[in-house]
Design a protein around this ligand. Structure first.
Ligand code: ZN
Length: 187
């Protein structure tokens, strides 16, 4: 894990993709919106355990993207699952193309690789985009923001792994942000 600058921020805002009637990608009975929110209690737990202030955005940020301006002092991590008619394998981190990946982005790429392997977009495990609403608005406000696609919802093996390892995945995501591997357990 690389050392990060998370202590310069008020904490971490986790944003869960879709919601408020928008299912995101759908595979059989599973929806991206429901599936990605399963991480929420585990992220809150590991924030407390690792002494990283964690807050979770309660709505669909895509519908309220200007709310991002309230989080200029926060690290923002928006969590999604990838969609494809023929699923690929692995995940990636998306940042605005104005920026270079920071230590948090690089640690998150390492964590995705550890659990799900990486897809190659702009480079292995990294996409640089300028066509995503929340990403663009965050860039305009100068917010420390990235969107994470963890794996492809339609990939059964990765879906089962995810459901069986929610707590460990959440732990490693919080560790990626804090840059600390050792548990400084506070309770
Ligand atoms: Zn999505």
């Amino acid at each position: 894990m690389l050392v990060t600058n998370y202590q310069q921020y008020k904490g971490v805002l986790f944003v869960f993709g879709h919601g408020e009637g928008d299912p995101g990608c759908v595979y059989q009975k599973e929806t991206e919106a429901e599936m990605i929110r399963r991480l929420k209690p585990h992220l809150i737990k590991w924030g407390k355990t690792l002494a990283v202030p964690v807050t979770c955005y309660p709505r669909n940020l895509y519908y309220h993207a200007n709310d991002l301006k309230e989080y200029q002092d926060w690290i923002v991590v928006e969590l999604h699952l990838d969609a494809a008619r023929i699923p690929g394998k692995g995940g990636h981190v998306i940042i605005h193309q104005w920026f270079k990946p920071d230590a948090i982005d690089k640690n998150l790429i390492t964590v995705i690789d550890q659990h799900f392997s990486l897809v190659t977009r702009t480079s292995k495990g990294l996409s640089c985009r300028k066509d995503l609403k929340n990403c663009n608005i965050a860039a305009q406000y100068g917010i420390n923001y990235r969107l994470v696609e963890l794996f492809f919802l339609a990939d059964k093996q990765d879906r089962m792994y995810y459901l069986n390892h929610l707590d460990d995945i959440a732990k490693t995501i919080v560790q990626a942000i804090s840059g600390q591997k050792d548990c400084r357990c506070v309770d």
